[in-house]
Design a protein around this ligand. Structure first.
Ligand code: BEZ
Length: 211
């Protein structure tokens, strides 16, 4: 199935390192991040899971539930998590799906046969509190993800869900944002009382409205 932005994230029930999880129940009213790993006991994945564990408080702050997936079984996951905790000096603090039959990988199109016949690529799905897919990024197995970038995108997604703004290139939390083209000039002052700049008629900026 081809998944696109705006689609409802398909629901599933999975065996995980924290017991059976129904995805939509797990998300509840929160945002979510679902991300896949090519295989257990692999070096890049080991660093990725350790990094996400260390960022747990950042995901919590943003009301984002984390769920990882790898196509190995539960016994492998449990042994591997011990290694991750040891080598990355952390405790894995989120569930890891054991997708041995590749049902969820296929549901989310995480296996790209021309990259690898059997293993998932590094897919990332960010899901909104409306259960719709807000972001899809796919990395190759050889490149570990930048999870600071994912936090940055989540900040942008959560901001732009609530305000008629967009975030410019390389934007970071606290920087000026762009006023949505749908906002008429005469409505800007009431909607953005912190002030604004008109750089071009189509390029108008304002301080970040939610801080
Ligand atoms: C890794 O996670 O280190 C990895 C997995 C598959 C291929 C290459 C690297």
């Amino acid at each position: 199935m081809t998944l696109r932005l705006g689609d409802i994230a398909p629901d599933f029930t999975a065996v995980t390192t924290e017991g059976e999880i129904n995805f939509h129940e797990y998300l509840g009213e929160n945002w979510g991040i679902l991300f896949s790993h090519p295989a257990d006991y692999t070096p890049v994945c080991t660093t990725e899971l350790g990094t996400v564990a260390k960022l747990k408080s950042e995901f919590d702050k943003r009301n984002v539930k984390v769920l990882a997936l790898s196509v190995d079984g539960l016994a492998d996951h449990e042994g591997w998590i011990k290694d991750i905790n040891e080598t990355q000096a952390t405790q894995v603090n989120f569930p890891l799906i054991a997708d041995k039959d590749r049902k969820i990988s296929q549901l989310y199109d995480m296996i790209h046969p021309n990259a690898s016949e059997n293993f998932t690529v590094r897919s990332v799905f960010v899901i909104g509190d409306d259960r719709k897919i807000k972001l899809i990024i796919t990395y190759p197995a050889s490149t570990g993800r930048n999870f600071d970038e994912l936090l940055r995108v989540i900040d942008s997604l959560q901001l732009t869900a609530d305000y008629s703004v967009a975030t410019p290139a390389n934007w970071k939390q606290g920087e000026d944002v762009v006023i949505a083209p749908s906002i008429k000039n005469e409505d800007i002052s009431s909607k953005f009382p912190k002030g604004h700049k008109v750089i071009k008629p189509y390029l108008r900026s304002t301080p970040q409205p939610n801080i």
